[in-house]
Design a protein around this ligand. Structure first.
Ligand SMILES: C[S@@+](CC[C@H](N)C(=O)[O-])C[C@H]1O[C@@H](n2cnc3c(N)ncnc32)[C@H](O)[C@@H]1O
Ligand code: SF4
Length: 416
C-alpha cells in the first residue's frame, strides 16, 4: 500500500465514523410502519443465545437457558405474525445469532411458520461447530438452504485463548465435525477470522489450507473487528501485536483464493452465488425480528429492544416499537448502497442509476475521481471495477460500519 492509499484509507474510515455517529438518534421510539407496497424484502431473525461467550464477539446474546429460549421463540412467532398483519412479505430469511441452531425444535417451528406466512425462497442460518451433527442437520433438509459454521481458526493455541478449544474441539476434532456436516444442506459455509494478535503468516496459511481441504461451498474470512465493547478483552486474552498485519494477510488470502469466486471483499465460493454471509450487501431493505435485531426500511435504521423482558412486553402490546433509529437522507441512502455494492462487486453505473433513481457520477463527484487517483477503482465502459486495493478499502469500510453498529449495541447493553 502506498502513502496516498494509506492516508485515503484513514480519511475514509474517519469520515464514515463521524457520519454514522452524527446520525444516531436514541431518543425517539418509532413504530414500524405498514408495508407501503407489499414489496418482498429480506427478513432477519436474531437468536441471542450461546453456550459460551467468545471474547472477540460483540453480537447481542445471553447465556442459554432452555425455558428462556423457548419463551423467546414463542414471542418471535408472535412478532412474525405481526409483520404479516402489517402487510410485509419476504423472499429471503437470514437467521443470525448467537447460535441459531441452539434449540433445533424451536427453530424448526419458527422456520416452518415463516414459510407458511411469507414467500420465503431461501433461508440462511449460523451455527457453532457443536450443532452441525449430521443427524440434527438432516431434520433441516428442505428448510435451511445455507448454513454457516463459525470455526474462527484451526489453531489450537488461538482456540484456547478465545475459550473455544474445550467447548468446540481442537483442530482434528473440528475438521472431522466439518467434514461430516459438509454436503448435507445445499450450501455449507465456514467462517474464519484473520489477523488475531499472535497469528502468524504460517498460521493463516494453515487455516486457509485446512478450510479449502474440507471443500465447503463457501469460506468467509472476516478481519478481526475490535470495537469499544471488545478491544480490552481481546488484548487481555490474545495480547497486542506490535504491527498490524491486516493488509498483508488480506493479500495472502486473495492469492490463496484466486481459484475461487469472490462474493464480496471477505467471502469466497467455489461457484459464484449471491447468497452469502453479508445480507447487508445483498439486501438494501430488511426487517429484523427478535431482541436486538436491526431493520433498514424507509430510509431508517431501526433497532429492537435488547432486554428480553422489554422485547416481549413490546411484542405482546402489539406496538412494534423500535428503540432507536438513524434517519438516512436520500443522499445517505445512495452512499450506503454504493458502499454495499462496492463491497460486493464491480458496479454498472447505468444499472445503479436506474435501480436507485440517481446520477451516481454526479452524486459522488470528486470522491469517484479520488478513488481512481488512489488506485481503488478504474472505470471502463460505464463499469466501476474494483482493484485489489479497492477490495481492501471496501473491506475496511464494511468493518468500520460493523464496529459502529457496536456503538448502538453498547448503548443498549449497558443496562442489561
Ligand atoms: C454471530 S457469529 C455466530 C457464529 C456461531 N455462534 C459460532 O460461534 O460459531 C457469526 C460470525 O461472526 C464472526 N465474528 C464474530 N465476532 C467477530 C469479530 N469481532 N471480528 C470478526 N468476525 C467476527 C465469526 O466468524 C462468527 O462465526
Ligand atoms: S462467536 Fe458465536 S458462540 Fe461465540 S459468542 Fe459469538 S455468537 Fe456466541
Amino acid at each position: 500500500m502506498n502513502f496516498l492509499q494509506n492516508q485515503a484509507l484513514k480519511y475514509t474510515c474517519n469520515f464514515l465514523n463521524k457520519e454514522l455517529k452524527s446520525k444516531f438518534n436514541f431518543k425517539n421510539e418509532v413504530n414500524l410502519e405498514k408495508s407501503k407496497d407489499g414489496k418482498k424484502v429480506m427478513l432477519y431473525i436474531h437468536v441471542p443465545f450461546c453456550h459460551t461467550f467468545c471474547p472477540y464477539c460483540s453480537f447481542h446474546k445471553f447465556a442459554y437457558d432452555e425455558e428462556l429460549c423457548k419463551e423467546y421463540f414463542k414471542t418471535l412467532r408472535i412478532e412474525l405474525q405481526q409483520f404479516k398483519d402489517l402487510g410485509y412479505d419476504f423472499n429471503t430469511l437470514y437467521v443470525g445469532g448467537g447460535t441459531t441452531l441452539i434449540n433445533e425444535a424451536e427453530l424448526i417451528k419458527t422456520l416452518s411458520l415463516c414459510k407458511d406466512l411469507f414467500s420465503i425462497e431461501e433461508i440462511s442460518c449460523e451455527s457453532d461447530p457443536n450443532h452441525i451433527k449430521p443427524e440434527a442437520l438432516k431434520d433441516f433438509k428442505g428448510l435451511i438452504d445455507r448454513l454457516s459454521c463459525g470455526v474462527q481458526s484451526f489453531d489450537d493455541e488461538i482456540l484456547r485463548k478465545v475459550n473455544r478449544l474445550e467447548k468446540f474441539g481442537n483442530q482434528k476434532e473440528l475438521v472431522k465435525k466439518l467434514e461430516s456436516a459438509n454436503g448435507i444442506l445445499p450450501t455449507f459455509s465456514i467462517d474464519l477470522i484473520f489477523n488475531f494478535p499472535s497469528q502468524t503468516k504460517q498460521m493463516l496459511i494453515k487455516d486457509i489450507e485446512l478450510a479449502k481441504n474440507i471443500a465447503p461451498s463457501q469460506i468467509t474470512l472476516y478481519p478481526l473487528m475490535k470495537s469499544n465493547l471488545t478491544k480490552e478483552i481481546i488484548a487481555a486474552k490474545l495480547g497486542i501485536d506490535k504491527q498490524d498485519n491486516e493488509y498483508e494477510f488480506y493479500k495472502i488470502i486473495c492469492e490463496y483464493f484466486s481459484d475461487y469466486e469472490q462474493n464480496n471483499s471477505w467471502s469466497f465460493s467455489k461457484d459464484r452465488t449471491s447468497f452469502n454471509d453479508e445480507y447487508v450487501s445483498t439486501h438494501h431493505e430488511y426487517i429484523g425480528a427478535g431482541s436486538g435485531a436491526f431493520s433498514f426500511t424507509n430510509n431508517k435504521l431501526l433497532v429492537n429492544a435488547f432486554k428480553l423482558d422489554d422485547y416481549k412486553a413490546k411484542v405482546l402490546a402489539g406496538k412494534n416499537q423500535k428503540l432507536a433509529h438513524i434517519d438516512f437522507s436520500p443522499e445517505d441512502r445512495i452512499n450506503y448502497i454504493f458502499l454495499t455494492e462496492f463491497f460486493k462487486d464491480n458496479l454498472n453505473i447505468n444499472n445503479f442509476n436506474s435501480n436507485y433513481n440517481c446520477d451516481l457520477e454526479k452524486h459522488l463527484g470528486l470522491k469517484l475521481k479520488a478513488m481512481q487517483t488512489i488506485g481503488a477503482i478504474n472505470i471502463n465502459n460505464g463499469i466501476i471495477n474494483n482493484t485489489f486495493f479497492g477490495k481492501y478499502l471496501a473491506l475496511t469500510l464494511m468493518k468500520e460500519f460493523y464496529i459502529n453498529m457496536d456503538l448502538v449495541r453498547a448503548y443498549f447493553r449497558k443496562d442489561l
